[in-house]
Design a protein around this ligand. Sequence first.
Ligand code: FAD
Ligand code: FLA
Length: 373
Amino acid sequence: MLSARSKHKVVVLGAGVIGLTCALSLVERGYIVHVIARDLPEDTDSQSFASPWAGANICPFKSIEDGPREANWETATYKKISEFIPSGLAIALKGTRRFVRTEEEFLGHWYKDVMPNYRRLEKSECPEGALGVSFDTLSVNAPKYCQYLANELRRKGVTIERRYVRDIEEVFGCFGGVGMVVNATGLGAKSIAGVDDQAVRPIRGQTVLIKSDCLRCTMDSSDPNSSAYIIPRPGGEVICGGSYGVDDWDLSVSPSHATRILSHCLRLDPSISRDGTLEGIEIIRDNVGLRPSRSSGPRVESETIKLEAGGRESPIRVTKTGERRGGEREGTVVHAYGVGPAGYQQSWGIAEDVVGLVEEAARTSGKKRESKL
Ligand code: FAD
Ligand code: FLA
């Protein structure tokens, strides 16, 4: 017999790191899950979604006062991604972060108890007027990690289907009709009818992928006019970044910016070059990706929507006298989008919250059904 939990079918809309991680967490709790998305993890060259372009490391940006949710999500994710180190899917890195003095709130970070070997940098280790910390961090090879998640899902019997959705209501009609949808559409949430979230905005990021065995992760925002970072990832590759162009939809590579990025990264860590010069850097490719951000922060919450077409359970019928009947069906959308620059580092924590929201919605709909009997 099916357990109460496994009776619930959920469609996850979106196959970026958030959709895939939510889908895997739901399957592991016994839900029957289907994933649909316009871009799939094998589309490693697609600029229509963010996930292939990430570093992807864990580097918290918020103080606990600014982002208690983010702190919880990142704590959970750090633990989970650490478990992937023995398989080679994630690597351990020595992390250093330098920032301007006005960002002093970044000292005494909540994550000093989460990320091992946290320490404040000495004055001599920072440029004039800057502060910094070092800690042990992690990274994954973003496209390969997403493909691993997708393969895990397929192995567990989940269908992953390519489909473009115009209206969130469409999704409730998929796979014979469902009552629960997880909306992990990143920037798509801005234009899907029934979601139309105008707070969603891109933050453009240009990076250069290079070949290097460097294992030091360096983040530098100590110069307000030029920030840069070096994120090594499994496979002897390093992502050199990066720009943060808020509301910038431009997907083309700026060659002059690429040179600026590499020059800054070379100053941060000359070991990324064979001989310490720009020419000695082995470039694999230039990348541009759009981080799916949201002005008011990530949206992780559930919403009950009226399904106007009524779905299969309650289709709209027009009587002989022209009256419209039916269409009283409701559906639950659990939103999980707007994670901006932090989708990987928050993925497992967000997925835990999404499972909690799905379980709560399943309980509520079960009670409603019982009270109708
Ligand atoms: P996306 O990856 O954008 O996926 C959205 C999914 O929804 C896709 O499958 C898409 O096809 C689907 N979709 C959208 N609209 C529709 C529709 N109408 N119909 C059907 N499907 C639809 N994060 C980190 O944690 N660490 C890092 O080091 C890091 N570095 C980054 C560096 C760069 C340069 C960039 C650009 C990003 C970086 N990020 C990093 C951020 C990270 O990439 C994103 O936060 C994350 O990928 C967002 O995942 P997502 O699943 O929410 O969205
Ligand atoms: N999260 C990465 C990014 O968005 C950063 O580029 F850590 F490098 F900032």
